[in-house]
Each structure stands twice: as structure tokens, then as C-alpha cells.
Design a protein around this ligand. Structure first.
Ligand code: G
Ligand code: MN
Length: 250
């Protein structure tokens, strides 16, 4: 666990995965995903995050990611119509430090906050509904976009959709996996997409792996899609050339 501290220097890398508009197949934003290159320990990123959540180091990791993503956006995306989404841990949200971290990052790298989407998982909102509601309102006031991540994995309370001002809802891969079987799950997704549209919330399908899934989701009216079918997470250089190439053909 001590090694985690040392990691904060250079063993972390941020990868980016593009999110596409399903209508015109253009990149609309990119999701920042943490990776780590350590030869000493064989841990996947999700294992590392699980450890860091227990030790509380996740908060420092969040701060590091925020700062670095803002830096990246400041240096590369200011003139480019492409958003960036960032995953925020439950701990940083509930402790309220997230506001401070965002202000710090924005101060150092002044970008348009509307270009940044903060991805918040549903279960991080459960513990303290009122606090979460207030926090989301504050984040919105600062100008950030808010996405509800992993929708459908645990509680899927539709209650949140009307009570909190989300801009975007990310439909979990577990639903997308089953969409081509036309079972009950696909009926549920269809209704969620329709409901979100009526509430003015954009939908993103996560983990699209086949053309079939992509076609069905597009037909159901899902706005955006992300997944290996389009592209895997990639490093800064690759994502930048991909995004700029996409923009040239607008
Ligand atoms: O919880 P969140 O939705 O932020 O997780 C994103 C994770 O899902 C990343 O680690 C990313 O690499 C992974 N991922 C993205 N697209 C796909 C996909 O099409 N298939 C699979 N198996 N994993 C994916
Ligand atoms: Mn996410």
C-alpha cells in the first residue's frame, strides 16, 4: 500500500476513450481513464482503485487526475469542440473536497467548465441524498456538466433523474451486452432512453462492442455511444490525432 504513494509521481497515466454521436458518428467528447504502469505490482486499475478507496488515497488520485486532465484540455482542446469527462470517486464527492479541487485546477488551467463533464456513479448519491443534491447544484453553478455513470448497475432509481440536474446518463455495459437479444433488458433501455429524452437528458451507451448493438441503440434514439466497437482507450497522442482528424471533416 505504501507503494501507492510513490505511484502518484509517474506511474499513473491517463488514457482517453472517445464517445461518439450515434447520428453522425463524430466524436463529441472523450472520457479520461486512469491507467498505471508499474512493473513492481501486478494490479489492474480497478484493483488499484479498490485499494485506494479503502486507504482513502483515492482522494489524492482524484486530485491528480483532475489537475492533469485540466492541463491536457487547456493545452490541447481550447479551440476544439470536444468535451472531456472525468470520473469522480464517492469519497471526493461526499467529503466535499471536489469543489476545492475543481477550483484549484480551473485556476491553474482556465478552461471553459462547460467542456468538462463530471461522471458520478449512482451509488455515490445514495448515502446522503440532500447533500448530493446540493453538491450537484453547486457543480452546475460552477458551469460543469454532470453525467450519471453506470446507470442500471445497482439501484437504478429513476427518482434521481428528476430530482438532480444531470446533463447526461450513461447506460451501463451490462444492459448494452443484452440489447441484441431483445429481452426485457432492451425494453428497459428503450424506456430509459425515451424518459431521459423527455427530461432533456442525453444518453450515452457504454461498452458497445458490435455493429448490431450500435445500430439498435441508434434506432432506439440513444444520443451517444462508447465502446471497443468504436475505439479502445488510448494515449494522449493517439486521441489528439483522432479528435483533430474528426474535426477536420466536420
Ligand atoms: O465505470 P466506467 O464506465 O467509467 O468504466 C469504463 C471502463 O470500461 C474503462 O475501464 C474502459 O476501458 C472499459 N470499457 C470501455 N468500453 C468497453 C467495451 O466496449 N468493452 C469492455 N469490455 N470494456 C470497455
Ligand atoms: Mn465513467
Amino acid at each position: 500500500e505504501k507503494i501507492n504513494q510513490a505511484l502518484l509521481r509517474d506511474d499513473f497515466v491517463i488514457y482517453f476513450q472517445p464517445i461518439y454521436n450515434l447520428q453522425n458518428k463524430k466524436i463529441i467528447k472523450i472520457e479520461a481513464l486512469l491507467r498505471w504502469n508499474s512493473s513492481e505490482l501486478q494490479l489492474t486499475t480497478s484493483e488499484l482503485i479498490a485499494v485506494a478507496e479503502k486507504t482513502g488515497q483515492i482522494i489524492e488520485i482524484d486530485r491528480w487526475v483532475l489537475r492533469n486532465v485540466f492541463k491536457f484540455a487547456y493545452e490541447n482542446l481550447r479551440e476544439i469542440p470536444c468535451g472531456v469527462s472525468i470520473n469522480i470517486s464517492v469519497q471526493s464527492l461526499n467529503s466535499g473536497v471536489i469543489i476545492k479541487f475543481l477550483q484549484e485546477a480551473l485556476c491553474e488551467f482556465p478552461i471553459n467548465p462547460a467542456q468538462i463533464a463530471l461522471e458520478i456513479t449512482e451509488h455515490s448519491l445514495i448515502d446522503n441524498f440532500e447533500n448530493s443534491q446540493k453538491l450537484i447544484r453547486n457543480l452546475k453553478t460552477l458551469g460543469f456538466n454532470i453525467s450519471l455513470d453506470d446507470f442500471g448497475t445497482r439501484y437504478s432509481s429513476l427518482n434521481y433523474l428528476s430530482k438532480m440536474a444531470f446533463d447526461c446518463l450513461k447506460i451501463d455495459k451490462s444492459y448494452v451486452d443484452n440489447i441484441a437479444t431483445f429481452d426485457k433488458d432492451s425494453l428497459i433501455i428503450e424506456q430509459i432512453i425515451k424518459l431521459a429524452a423527455k427530461l432533456g437528458i442525453k444518453t450515452v451507451a457504454e461498452g458497445i462492442e458490435t455493429e448490431m448493438q450500435e445500430r439498435i441503440l441508434q434506432k432506439l434514439g440513444c444520443d451517444y455511444g462508447q465502446g471497443y466497437y468504436f475505439a479502445r482507450p488510448m494515449d494522449k497522442t493517439d486521441i489528439l490525432s483522432m479528435v483533430t482528424r474528426d474535426i477536420e471533416f466536420l
